[in-house]
Ligand binder design. Structure first.
Ligand code: CS2
Ligand code: MG
Length: 404
């Protein structure tokens, strides 16, 4: 079997996605997700200009060798664009391999280790009372784990609180530019424990509660927040500090028993190995789109398993339904599954990406069809052309740039 053709398609059924389709000389094909939010065209260009031409004629079943060819073979290693391209190819190749085997992907990853995949869903709002209502409403739908976020009084709504801001490009300076958010740590820090006091009171102790800091604190601020949240026993505190400073987690760890999660922006095992081997985190949030596909995140989760670190694949809407499918197959198979983020998708997205995986009352199932079980409607996708969009940026109240 040989790789005959590689198509790269960028479409926008409500948001932008970069999708790869690998077609073999025997007619079997596989699809993969290479979406990097706000950088979709860069991944497409890397794939089209540099990756696809080199892979034509190769044996698609050599998933590990092709992964190494693209990773070790490239002098310029790692980075979100390169790794998203490798991820997309890798997912498509595993799809082909599992289709050829006539098995759902999870069977090739060791078979089932569990019956179902627990998810967490998002509750957010401008006021604490609004968030509490949403948490209760989500709980009513059978969900057992909920992330709660609230806007900071006196500041405009930010990421994860009001309307979604994560594709909010604005017209300005004669072009489309990123939406700008305002951040004030001293207003945020006392607010979050108040939020969780109210949420915990309302929801009781059977529901797991999570919170995403989105990389906005320093280590000592995060340590303070972790201590203040201890009475409410969060499932985790996510992305407490900018993720690239792995040493910073030592400071947080010294001060709080609050479980910690990080990794949605990581793209290789080297971004996270200190955090894992020093047991500085509890959950690794890498996802198949950004950390090297099925092959890449399996390596990370296998290392993590040795150090009591569990999986928690990133799963917002910009991780496409294809990558969500791959994540779910890994989630059922690996021994150290923790939780799966699930923001779900719109009907328009589900029309373009046909999924064998399914969601019901707080749990996901991978489906039993051969491959990863997600197909892509190319002609429908063509009706939704790419639309320029950005992730927001964040500034302090004095106008200085800050992490988001
Ligand atoms: C978030 C994401 O899902 C999460 O936890 O942090 O919404 C993230 O901001 C986006 O995926 C960025 O593209
Ligand atoms: Mg996050």
């Amino acid at each position: 079997m040989k790789i005959k053709e590689i198509k790269v398609i960028v479409c926008s059924p409500g948001r932008n996605f970069t999708t790869v389709k690998i077609i073999t000389d025997e007619g079997v094909y596989g699809i993969g997700d290479g979406t990097v939010n706000g950088r979709e065209l860069s991944v497409a260009s890397y794939l089209e200009d540099h990756v696809a031409p080199a892979l034509i004629g190769m044996d698609p079943l050599r998933t590990e060798d092709i992964w190494q060819y693209l990773y070790k073979g490239a002098y310029w290693r790692r980075g979100p664009i390169t790794m998203a391209a490798i991820s997309a190819i890798d997912m498509a190749l595993w799809d082909i391999k599992a289709k050829v085997a006539g098995l759902p992907l999870y069977q090739l990853l060791g078979g089932r280790s569990r019956d179902k995949v627990m998810v967490y869903r998002h509750a957010s709002g401008l006021e604490i009372s609004e968030v509490v209502e949403r948490v209760l409403a989500i709980k009513e739908t059978g969900v057992e784990a909920i992330r709660a976020q609230v806007a900071i009084p006196g500041l405009p709504p930010i990421y994860g609180t009001g309307d979604s801001t994560d594709t909010a490009a604005l017209k300005g300076r004669g072009a489309i530019v990123p939406h700008e958010e305002v951040w004030a740590t001293h207003k945020y820090l006392p607010l979050v424990p108040k939020l969780f006091e109210k949420v915990r009171d309302a929801v009781g102790w059977d529901v797991h509660l999570l919170h995403d800091v989105h990389h906005r604190l320093t280590p000592i601020e995060a340590a303070r927040l972790g201590k203040d949240l201890e009475p409410y026993r969060l499932f985790w505190l996510e992305d407490a500090i900018p993720a690239e400073l792995q040493e910073g987690f030592r400071i947080i760890r010294q001060h709080t028993t609050q479980p910690l999660a990080v990794g949605e922006v990581f793209n290789s095992i080297y971004d996270t190995h200190t955090l894992i081997t020093e047991q500085l985190i509890d959950y690794a949030r890498v996802t198949s789109t950004h950390a090297g596909g099925v092959t890449g995140i399996k390596k990370i989760f296998d290392l993590a398993a040795i150090y009591h670190v569990k999986s928690a694949c990133h799963g917002p809407q910009d991780v496409s339904p294809i990558a969500m499918g791959c994540n779910i197959h890994l989630d059922v198979a690996i021994p150290n599954f923790g939780i799966q983020e699930f923001a779900s998708y719109t009907e328009q997205m589900f029309d373009v990406f046909k999924c064998a995986w399914s969601y019901d009352r707080g749990y996901l199932q991978p489906g039993e069809v051969p491959g990863h079980g997600v197909d892509f409607d190319e002609s429908l996708a063509a009706k939704y052309p790419y639309k320029q969009a950005y992730l927001p940026i964040a500034r302090l109240e004095d106008g200085a740039m800050t992490s988001w």
